[in-house]
Design a protein around this ligand. Sequence first.
Ligand SMILES: NC(=O)c1ccc[n+]([C@@H]2O[C@H](COP(=O)([O-])OP(=O)(O)OC[C@H]3O[C@@H](n4cnc5c(N)ncnc54)[C@H](OP(=O)(O)O)[C@@H]3O)[C@@H](O)[C@H]2O)c1
Length: 271
Amino acid sequence: MIKHIDRLLLVGAGKMGSAMLNGWLKAGLNPNGVYVQDPHITPDMAQYLQQNNVAFGDAAPAIFNPEVIILAVKPQVMDAVLPHLKAFTNPKSLFISVAAGKKINSYENILGSDANIIRLMPNTPAAIGDGMSVLVGNKNASQHHKKLALALARTVGLAEYIDDESLMDAVTALSGSGPAYVFHMAEAMTKAGVEAGLPKPLAHTLALQTIKGAGNLMAQSDDHPSILRQNVTSPKGTTAAGLDILMGNNALEKLMIKTIAAAKQRGEELG
Ligand SMILES: NC(=O)c1ccc[n+]([C@@H]2O[C@H](COP(=O)([O-])OP(=O)(O)OC[C@H]3O[C@@H](n4cnc5c(N)ncnc54)[C@H](OP(=O)(O)O)[C@@H]3O)[C@@H](O)[C@H]2O)c1
């Protein structure tokens, strides 16, 4: 479906915008039909866009008239950017925002209540086609718009469409911010390995491959994570001793609940 998008405007070519664009171009999005709007494009990004024959600059020409506008700027600058894009509101065009926190009505207030708007919460593994996205649209978004947005999201990983926008801050806190929690877990496991006497490079390799392997095993197995955990935990064994610390008094669970609650609250504030 994304091969049939004639004109796509990407507003904001930072980490998330460029990760998704990369996935879409690899999946066959026509580079000649893409314009990247970002006043501060990095030299690396400029080189990437040139190599891929994608036009870029401070603002898309008015005649560009995109059918899909991807909003990938920070939530804090969104309100300053949107008025310049209002001219692209029409019955066919679809605005897709990946910004954390910002509610659909804040887009409607600026783009007009007739604008077709979908919020899409991705995460950075989208850069390697292994992202997780959740989408929710406004009342104007048609079945065609939903299919189009889902097709874009599914090009870079798994995607779920929901009807209840109030869930989006929790979604953001779990899967949007989640990769950073896992990256931190790798840092913490490496540090702990060093504390336990391993050379740092070895500890780093062990931590990364363990997280990757366990993730792949979880994804490929029909068993629930709790069963996989029990399968490798013999009574009074080494894993049991480690899990006593992580699970004793629900330590990790409590920490994760606090972590996700804090991220969710920040999403609400940004909105
Ligand atoms: N990163 C994630 O893991 C993640 C996950 C889910 C959702 N998101 C959402 O994705 C959005 C982008 O996040 P990010 O991490 O990609 O941020 P980022 O790397 O800072 O990218 C934003 C880009 O927009 C540019 N920009 C600033 N003002 C602009 C304007 N007026 N017009 C066009 N472009 C402009 C920025 O340039 P300067 O840097 O020079 O200002 C930057 O290149 C955010 O709304 C965030 O909530 C991010």
